[in-house]
Design a protein. Sequence first.
Lengths: 372, 372
Amino acid sequence: MALHALETPAVVIDGAVLERNLARAAEIARRASVALRPHVKTHKSLMIAARQIAGGAVGLTTAKCSEALVFIENGFSDVLVAYPLTDPRKLARLTGAARRTGARLRLIADSEAGVTALGDAATEAGMKLEVMVKVDVGLHRCGVDPGGPRALALARRIETHPALVFAGLLSHAGHAYGLDGPDAVRAVAEAERQTMVTLAERLRAAGVAVPVVSVGSTPTVWLAERFDGLTEIRPGNSVFMDLTQVSLGVARRADIALSVLASVVSVNDRFAIVDAGSKTLSSDKGPHGSDRLAGYGLACRLDRPGEDLPVAGLSEEHGFIAHGGQPFVVGERVRIWPNHACPVVNLARSIVFLGPDGQTEPRPVDAAACVA
Amino acid sequence: MALHALETPAVVIDGAVLERNLARAAEIARRASVALRPHVKTHKSLMIAARQIAGGAVGLTTAKCSEALVFIENGFSDVLVAYPLTDPRKLARLTGAARRTGARLRLIADSEAGVTALGDAATEAGMKLEVMVKVDVGLHRCGVDPGGPRALALARRIETHPALVFAGLLSHAGHAYGLDGPDAVRAVAEAERQTMVTLAERLRAAGVAVPVVSVGSTPTVWLAERFDGLTEIRPGNSVFMDLTQVSLGVARRADIALSVLASVVSVNDRFAIVDAGSKTLSSDKGPHGSDRLAGYGLACRLDRPGEDLPVAGLSEEHGFIAHGGQPFVVGERVRIWPNHACPVVNLARSIVFLGPDGQTEPRPVDAAACVA
């Protein structure tokens, strides 16, 4: 079906742009000699995950138990849950799936309670669990202070637990999303690298083996100049990119693979009202609850890709496109480039791939129903 | 299962508060002698909709085609889609479901193109469709100018179409959500009433029967002092209420039926990090894309209901609760009162009812998969 004939709202993925973004991630990893473990929370798609593995990714990163289960149970054999899980029921589901499928499962912890919960789950399952220590490199969300004693204490606690294996250190420099441009992002990426490498060396000097030193975030991975001492990168958003990445200087508009197709349902003197609101685009003005961007996206007609009309407001089912006097008619289609791609996919049940011939192919958001 | 034993994040509905809110809506309608047609986009629940009908509601209001289909196909016999639909495929699904089930279906239009699409769909289905004209009473989203000639022109166009029936006028004073307090909301409600009644009289004077004059929005319906001349109210959010309604002076904290149960997953010097982020709470700071509220909700420990710690930030899977020096431990449960209840349910797959005995019962969000 051609783009203009789709029912709306629809989340559209430009296949050629997606391929370029996938190739770029693989190329960054190859040139840096690090493993690529993309974060699938952005796309939640078995098909895209399979493309990532085919392109050289060593495994996947997931954000929660239910998401990890979808990928493990669909044949992905190496999955990291980059979230400090402690609920024994979730952990039992994960160890059960890993045992059944033979998948390699890696988890993280940043507290004694977390290590204890993982140790109990591994013991209960009669298996060894790989555990990384999460390090706070500046977002001040989860993670141990890299300058303090807890990283070593937790690593030792993991190392000496009969059912756990210490797999290394992991960080996410999400504070890069609050910065002013590419130079500042580059500086954060380098600070993160130095912090992580220094901490890994400190642990090694204390006799702890640190096989993996893993960093994440699309901005820092995309713009970093040095990767030495790191062993793994975990970009997520980069498969699709969005206006946040453009505002940071990480991507160009032409690098954004994800847009929302919407229909004009009403026109008034200031706005073309479209059928994509906060239940399609989310209310995000930027990641991590930031107010980085002014509106809720940029819109254009199908035949005017450079139009860039601001989505000035959102109700749940309505977007307010400030038309600036440009005529719009009811039924007309527009494309909207969202501020943040990840929550858009999270709100969808299918994504539509747009091929070079202008034809579209719908695919499920396989991990759409994953809440906990 | 007791509240503290639930897996998190979980959307929890306090059953007693829900019942009070349902009864209050019915009471408002009864005292005003207007029909109650609650908007189900807030709860998306067949069970709650059935409670509303049992309490005297004449039918349901829905926000989109897919949502309406869930309720029609599950036996609800009178459904309004309060959205200007024009896609013939969506309209064919709705007329098909209405024919199959015998349900009464009511739609809206605010443009000639809209009326034409509805007329074509009704003709195609070989049935009569009831159509209301949407009136803009100040939100400047959809709707005709109540002072202009278009309401009468559209009503006549509907009235004279062989397959359409003009059912009346409909408005939504969503701009009430941008106001400063209950007096301002009351004034908007009264202005809406006068606008709608005046327009209905103008149409009647021109020879057009206007059977239904329908107004919506929880704030205006809850606080309005006069309903004369109106025939129908469509509150939605009032089943659950939220911090937005509290900030408007529409509800008290004790009227909020919906909260999110979350677990502390990490603690740092400023924040208790919990497993409810923007993919659970949404990033809404208020309806219609407003920045009405400062943070992303208020949180408390299960045993300290008055604690009110601000949810200062959100990542996709993390909430940042500013603990202000209060000790939190990993694994501890908190309840979060969200800014806006509607998108929270939209992100969930189940809601958990909390009974007076402290026990919980999970129920599906029946219209959870409804996107278009």
